[in-house]
Design a protein around this ligand. Structure first.
Ligand code: AMP
Ligand code: MN
Ligand code: MN
Ligand code: MN
Length: 283
C-alpha cells in the first residue's frame, strides 16, 4: 500500500473539503506524502502546506491544468511547482477567466432545455468564485432532482450532445508543460485511461502520438495508479510508462466524501516495473 497521494481536490476548485480539512483527512488515513492538485488554481497550497506541517506530513505543491489537445480535453498535473512563479500564475488565471465565460454558456444551454437558474445555482457550490466548473453545475442539478448523484449527472447532462455541454478551448499542451517546468515542476499526464473521443476510448495510436509529443515537450510522468483506473489499467499504463521512459505517479483524485471513487490514500502499490515519480526528487 502506498503512503503517497499525489492528486486530490479542495474547495479551491471542485472538491468538498477546505485544504486544511483535506490534509487532516489524508493524515488520518495514513498519507505521508501528499500533493494538492486543484484544477487551474494554486490558491489552496499555502493553507494545505501549513496543515501538512502540523500533521508531520510531507507536502508537495501541485496543480491540475486543463488542456485542449487536438479534439481532446486532457489534464496535466504539475508536481513541485513554484506557486510564486509569475508565468504559471498568469497562465492559470487565463484558464479561470475562460471557465467563467464557459459557465455562462452552460447555463444558457441548460435554460434552453428548461432548467433555469443554473448559473447562480452552480456558483452557490463554488466556494472559490474564481473557479467554476462542471462539478458545481452537477451539484446544482442533483439539488434540483435532475439526477440521483453527481456521477449520474454526467450520463445525461454536461457531456457532448447533452444539455449544459459547451465545447471549450483550454490551454495548449506546450504552454501547460512550460508553465509547470518553467516553475521548477514536473509535468505528469493525469488519468490517461479516462480520455475518450465522444463515447469511445482515445485509441492506442492517438495515445502513442500524445505520449510521444508529451515527452518531447518535457513531460516526465504518467499516472498509473489513480482513482479513475481499473487494476487492468494499472498494468496497461505501467507498460506505457516503461515504453516511453516515464516516471509513474499515483493519486486518488479525491473530490469529497461520497462523491469520489476512491477516498484519500491507501492506494495499491505501483506495478513492480514502474519507476515512482518521487525518484525525481529523492535522488
Ligand atoms: P470541468 O473541468 O469544469 O470540465 O469539470 C471536470 C470535472 O468534472 C472533473 O474534474 C470531475 O471532477 C468532474 N467529472 C467529469 N466527469 C465526471 C464523471 N463521469 N463523474 C463524476 N465527475 C465527473
Ligand atoms: Mn474535478
Ligand atoms: Mn482530472
Ligand atoms: Mn483531478
Amino acid at each position: 500500500m502506498l503512503d503517497y497521494d499525489l492528486h486530490c481536490h479542495s474547495t479551491v476548485s471542485d472538491g468538498l473539503l477546505p485544504p486544511a480539512e483535506l490534509v487532516a483527512r489524508a493524515a488520518g488515513r495514513g498519507v505521508k506524502f501528499m500533493a494538492l492538485t486543484d484544477h487551474d488554481d494554486i490558491g489552496g497550497l499555502a493553507e494545505a502546506a501549513h496543515a501538512a506541517a502540523q500533521h508531520e506530513m510531507e507536502f508537495i505543491n501541485g496543480v491540475e491544468i486543463s488542456v485542449s489537445w487536438r479534439s481532446h480535453t486532457l489534464h496535466i498535473v504539475g508536481l513541485r511547482i513554484d506557486p510564486g512563479n509569475a508565468a504559471l500564475q498568469a497562465g492559470l488565471l487565463s484558464i479561470r477567466e475562460g471557465r467563467g465565460a464557459r459557465a455562462r454558456l452552460m447555463a444558457e444551454s441548460l435554460a434552453r432545455s428548461g432548467i433555469g437558474g443554473a448559473l447562480e445555482g452552480a456558483y452557490h457550490y463554488a466556494a472559490n468564485s474564481g473557479i467554476i466548473g462542471r462539478t458545481h453545475f452537477a451539484r446544482f442539478l442533483v439539488e434540483r432532482g435532475h439526477a440521483r448523484d453527481v456521477r449520474s449527472v454526467f450520463k445525461n447532462y454536461l457531456i457532448k450532445g447533452k444539455p449544459g455541454f459547451v465545447p471549450h478551448q483550454w490551454a495548449a499542451l506546450p504552454d501547460a508543460i512550460n508553465w509547470i517546468v518553467g516553475s521548477g515542476g514536473i509535468a505528469v499526464l493525469a488519468h490517461p485511461g479516462r480520455y475518450t473521443s465522444g463515447r469511445k476510448p482515445m485509441g492506442r495510436k492517438t495515445l502513442r502520438e500524445l505520449l510521444l509529443e508529451f515527452v518531447e515537450l518535457g513531460g516526465r510522468g504518467i499516472e498509473v495508479v489513480t482513482g479513475s483506473h481499473t487494476p487492468e489499467q494499472y498494468a496497461e499504463f505501467a507498460r506505457y510508462a516503461t515504453e516511453f521512459g516515464l516516471l509513474s505517479s499515483c493519486g486518488s483524485d479525491f473530490h469529497g466524501p461520497g462523491e469520489s471513487y476512491r477516498d484519500l490514500g491507501r492506494l495499491p502499490d505501483l506495478p513492480l516495473e514502474c519507476r515512482p515519480i518521487w525518484q525525481a526528487w529523492n535522488t
